[in-house]
Design a protein around this ligand. Structure first.
Ligand SMILES: Nc1ccn([C@@H]2O[C@H](COP(=O)(O)O)[C@@H](O)[C@H]2O)c(=O)n1
Ligand code: CDI
Length: 169
């Protein structure tokens, strides 16, 4: 098996009542919230799916079922750290990630660096290996009508090198 693999993830949450959204672990004040079983962090959910996908481990709902009360209002950063632990246990580590969040509002640019820092800490990689971008969809489609927020993520994971065991001379 190759020592490098890729994964892709996508998630959507609908807007509902609320005063804020949570994206990349950052609480952002907004006129609406996101409807979800957990904190609705659509960016982290896309990232978890990308990481699980890289190792063909299924998707986030398989590991953290939406019907399970344990995950009600869960902090999605806990889910991300659990997924990263699964990778590490299997001898893999995260190389880099890239992502894009799609919404007209809230404006995400002021929060991107804080998101990258949170994700880098949870992924156990440097922030310069964590891409987070934002785009509107030019008022087209469900994101354009502000019915919800979508996020896409891609990841590269690498196999952890085996411990160095020098052959005795
Ligand atoms: N929710 C958003 C959406 C976009 N941005 C920033 O604005 C730039 C322009 O967006 P377009 O959709 O018109 O290309 C984009 O590159 C982001 O930097 C944002 O901060 N928050
Ligand atoms: C995060 C989980 C946790 O139960 O629930 P939601 O917050 O509803 O998010 P979603 O992306 O719809 O499903 C994945 C679930 O694992």
């Amino acid at each position: 098996m190759s020592g490098v693999r890729i994964g892709t993830g996508y998630d959507v949450h609908a807007f509902g009542d609320g005063t804020h959204v949570v994206l990349g672990g950052v609480r952002i004040t907004h006129v609406r919230g996101l409807v979800a079983h957990s904190d609705g962090d659509v960016l982290i959910h896309a990232l978890c799916d990308a990481l699980l996908g890289a190792l063909a481990l299924g998707d986030i709902g398989r590991h953290f079922p939406p019907g399970d009360d344990h995950w009600r209002n869960a902090d999605s950063r806990d889910l991300l750290r659990a997924v990263v632990a699964m990778l590490h246990e299997r001898g893999w580590r995260v190389g880099n990630v890239d992502s894009v969040v799609v919404c007209e509002r809230p404006k995400l640019a002021p929060h991107i660096e804080a998101m990258r820092a949170n994700l880098a800490a949870d992924l156990r990689i440097d922030a310069d290996a964590v891409g987070v971008k934002a785009t509107t969809s030019e008022r087209l489609g469900f994101t354009g009508r502000e019915e919800g927020i979508a996020a896409h993520a891609v990841v590269l994971v690498t196999r952890t090198p085996p411990p160095h065991n020098p052959t005795p001379a």
